[in-house]
Design a protein around this ligand. Structure first.
Ligand SMILES: Cc1cc2nc3c(=O)[nH]c(=O)nc-3n(C[C@H](O)[C@H](O)[C@H](O)COP(=O)(O)O)c2cc1C
Length: 191
């Protein structure tokens, strides 16, 4: 049974934490897609969000560093987990191995996807938050951001530096969310 009470869905929050900007780019693109479907969308870094009261739905994402969501994102989820249970929530992680693209060779990515553990903050709040989905997107990696050991690991795994974001996948995911929102009981925008 859903634990969502009906907060009217006219405004949608897209919250993100990004160390080098690629997660921000994903959040902005998701925002453009949802906005194009007639929703009022705010795309905000987590430390710019005072309250989620005005929002009927939330799409929250973070870069992954050292297998974890960035501290700003994890702190936000913990601090707002009660308010978030009253709303439909989608989560996304930007990291080295997305669901549809990755930094590494396709064979290595397939192996790594099977062994991947969800970031701990998501496991921690999953039972309360009941997210509609959690999607992984590959991000961007530049040589200057990576350690020598990381550089070696990347090469051994058939990886490459650069922008590995799969924009059609990001756009499809966002369009799916817009359709779900249009079908929510409290939605002003009908599909
Ligand atoms: C210091 C550092 C640590 C990282 N740790 C991980 C990790 O543990 N797992 C992973 O899948 N990707 C990891 N990555 C890759 C990032 O998640 C990826 O580069 C992402 O696009 C960063 O997003 P941002 O540009 O918004 O900061 C790491 C990147 C850096 C620079």
């Amino acid at each position: 049974m859903s634990n969502h009470q009906e907060v009217p869905i006219t405004r949608v929050l897209i919250g993100f934490a990004s160390a080098h900007g690629s997660t921000k780019g994903v959040a902005v693109r998701i925002g453009e897609i949802i906005r194009a479907e007639g929703f009022d969308v705010d795309v905000r870094e987590f430390d710019e969000i005072d309250s989620i009261d005005a929002y009927g739905a939330a799409i929250l994402g973070s870069a992954i560093h050292s297998q974890k969501w960035l501290p700003l994102a994890a702190d936000f989820i913990r601090a707002n987990s009660t308010a978030l249970t009253a709303r439909p929530v989608w989560l996304f992680s930007v990291c080295s191995i997305g669901d549809s693209s990755s930094f590494f060779s396709e064979r290595m990515a397939r192996l790594m996807r099977r062994r991947r553990k969800e970031p701990s903050i998501i496991s921690e709040v999953r039972s309360r938050l009941d997210p509609r989905d959690h999607r992984y997107f590959a991000g961007v990696i530049e040589r200057s951001q990576w350690t020598v050991a990381g550089d070696l690991f990347l090469r051994l795994c058939g990886g490459t530096f650069g922008d590995h974001r799969d924009w059609p996948d990001i756009e499809r995911w966002a369009s799916g969310i817009a359709t779900s929102l249009q079908n929510e009981p409290g939605s002003a925008q009908r599909a």
